[in-house]
Design a protein around this ligand. Structure first.
Ligand SMILES: CC(C)(COP(=O)(O)OP(=O)(O)OC[C@H]1O[C@@H](n2cnc3c(N)ncnc32)[C@H](O)[C@@H]1OP(=O)(O)O)[C@@H](O)C(=O)NCCC(=O)NCCS
Length: 175
């Protein structure tokens, strides 16, 4: 995040209270601009606890086309995004499911939807940098040395606030 984004960055102290019951039917769809306030709340609630990287509101508007969301009863209850890194590599980022809907395979469905998109774009591999390696290994990702992701490191890691103390585990899955 740049300095201007930081000035506008206020991570929520609480998760959004959902109006929709936890057993409601869910479908996965592409992100829309009117989803952005909810994406901001979900991602930055966990980011403030160190579970994932923060995303400023302006970043989310710029990148909303990369998001797939889980929607139940008109509410966004989960999200994840696919960021293209290079010719043969895309990355799953900003993966969150609201706790009321965790354990219902929404995380799996969101990742599968992103992997399908990567495949349809002709991208051979999907990676992630995560603090939840158990979740991603259930979805067919395997741990790799971070140096395998050199394009990712040039683009993002070198300017990340975690640069010299990164605790995220690099993982990859073939399309
Ligand atoms: C991690 C997270 C996205 C999982 O979402 P979810 O919808 O509950 O996951 P699913 O129900 O799709 O689980 C898919 C599989 O992963 C397993 N799994 C889920 N979370 C796991 C975890 N933290 N560790 C190990 N395995 C996990 C499930 O048991 C399931 O296995 P199975 O299909 O073989 O039975 C969710 O817990 C979350 O949003 N956490 C807070 C934010 C976060 O940490 N995001 C990740 C940032 S890298």
């Amino acid at each position: 995040m740049n300095e201007q984004s930081m000035a506008w960055y206020h991570p929520p102290a609480e998760l959004p209270r959902l109006q929709v019951p936890p057993d409601a039917a869910v479908h996965i769809r592409r992100g829309r601009v009117d989803d952005v306030p909810r994406l901001y709340e979900l991602i930055n609630y966990y980011a403030a606890r160190g579970d994932m990287l923060p995303r400023a509101m302006d970043h989310l508007y710029h990148r909303v086309r990369e998001f797939h969301v889980a929607e139940a009863g008109g509410e966004v209850v989960g999200c994840a995004a696919l960021k293209i890194i290079w010719r043969d590599l895309a990355e799953v980022i900003s993966m969150v499911v609201h706790p009321d809907f965790q354990g219902r395979s929404l995380g799996r469905q969101l990742v599968e939807s992103l992997v399908q998109e990567a495949c349809s774009l002709g991208i051979a591999n999907v990676c992630t940098l995560t603090l939840q390696p158990g979740f991603f290994s259930r979805l067919g990702f395997r741990e790799i040395p971070k140096t395998y992701l050199h394009h990712k490191i040039w683009q993002d890691c070198d300017i990340c606030f975690k640069k010299d103390r990164c605790d995220e585990i690099p993982m990859i899955r073939e399309c």
